[in-house]
Write a protein that binds this ligand. Structure first.
Ligand code: PLP
Length: 405
């Protein structure tokens, strides 16, 4: 059976074969524990981890010592939020703490905020985005309180490809002496991330979104002007200077480093190519499906790999006809109930619009002929409905209430 065309690079990327080749010796020949520097096996593993940190640091313009390895962006986001809460509480048990995020974040941030409210007695605010899914500095300003200690805002949205003005938001926070964290999982390796003269305090991301392996992530904590620290979130044997305990996953770390070094060389060209292919896909589909709408910002102001499109009818109605494509939906059906995307709700999309939303995301190996084939498959799937359905009137639909915030 022919494999479906993979248009789900926002969900995960295939590991680049060059990365796999770089990782392999670390399963078999150099399998030592980098924490055990009493033998040559440990030294070679330790050196490999050091090199990987240099490669990642080079890609994002920071120092290797500012990086901590972990199991992925979910862990990174949890550890920034709870590690900072622990640190602030240790400094002053009585002072109330207020944290800010937006209602268009990844669940690893949103659910950490929920748990912080429930178990840590933390005050939280979920600020609204604009219609493109962007949080602006003036909007952030409105929600800051005297006890706001952390602002956590996504850099590039994983569902709708919007790009927050993180440097402007971080500069505002720095001036207010508020910690600023950004979930840069969909940014690193896709758009320029340079922390050299940045006001960002914490940045989290994951190797499997930039052609590295799954299960390895990176937390950046600024080491200067001011240096920031949090209480460790994962406790144990004190590896990584006590910042995150546990034996390092050396092959995955080697893969993350190598993937970063490839991105450094190829990212510009990759992004130029995927942007062009996104534009081609959007315009060809638009020619055939006149009601087609884009969620999030216009093409040249969004993630270079993401298209979030509102189709004429619910995606569920055409799933069998789209079997040749791997993609994501704006809503999902769990045990008979449809849950719509909170991100689409945040930008004011209705339940019906969420049900009609398809996310197509492109990457390093997407080809022009795959785009042609995707257009053909999508058009064929929706064609029966194009003549049969009356044009959809936007105002007929009830606004979707975002249950989560
Ligand atoms: C924006 C964003 N943050 C966090 C995550 C979680 O990353 P991980 O799979 O490494 O835990 C993802 C993955 O889907 C993501 O897209």
């Amino acid at each position: 059976m022919q494999k479906p065309i993979y248009l789900d690079y926002n969900a995960t990327t295939p590991t680049d074969p060059r990365v796999v080749a770089a990782m392999l010796p670390y399963f078999t020949d150099h399998f030592g524990n980098p924490a055990n520097t009493l033998n040559a096996y440990g030294w070679s593993a330790e050196n490999a981890v050091k090199k990987a940190a240099e490669q990642v640091a080079h890609l994002i313009g920071c120092k290797p010592a500012e990086l901590t390895w972990n199991a992925g962006a979910t862990e990174g986001n949890n550890s920034v939020i709870f590690g900072l809460i622990r640190k602030l509480k240790k400094e002053n048990q009585k002072e109330p703490i207020h944290l800010i995020t937006s209602n268009a974040e990844h669940w690893s941030v949103l659910n950490s905020f929920k748990a912080a409210e429930e178990f840590e007695n933390i005050e939280t605010t979920y600020i609204p985005t604009n219609a493109d899914g962007i949080v602006t500095a003036p909007e952030l300003k409105k929600h800051v309180r005297p006890n706001t200690r952390l602002v956590s805002l996504i850099w590039v949205n994983n569902e709708i490809g919007s790009i927050n003005p993180v440097e402007e938001l971080a500069a505002f926070c720095q001036a207010q002496k508020i910690y600023f964290h950004t979930d840069a999982t969909q940014a690193v390796g896709k758009i320029a991330v340079n922390l050299q003269n940045s006001n960002i305090h914490f940045l989290t991301f994951s190797a499997h979104k930039f052609y590295g392996p799954k299960g390895v992530g990176i937390l950046y904590m600024r080491g200067h002007n001011p240096a920031v620290e949090i209480e460790p979130f994962i406790l144990g044997g004190g590896q990584q200077n006590g910042r995150r305990s546990g034996t390092l996953n050396v092959p995955a770390i080697v893969g993350a480093g190598f993937a970063a070094s490839i991105c450094e060389k190829e990212m510009l060209e990759d992004s130029r190519r995927t942007s062009e292919l996104c534009a081609k896909l959007f315009s060809k589909l638009g020619e055939k499906i006149p009601t087609l709408q884009l969620n999030g910002p216009p093409l040249n102001h969004r993630s270079p790999i993401n298209l979030s499109l509102i189709m004429p009818v619910s995606i569920d109605l055409v799933l069998p006809a789209l079997a040749g494509l791997a993609f994501s939906q704006g809503s999902a059906c769990h045990t008979g109930e449809t849950s719509s995307s909170h991100v689409l709700a945040a930008i004011g999309r209705t339940v019906s619009e969420a049900q009609r939303t398809i996310r197509l995301s492109l990457g390093r190996w997407t080809t022009p002929s795959e785009i042609d084939e995707a257009v053909r498959l999508i058009f064929n799937a929706f064609q029966p409905f194009l003549t049969a359905t009356a044009p959809i009137k936007k105002n007929d639909e009830p606004p979707y209430q975002n249950q989560k915030n």
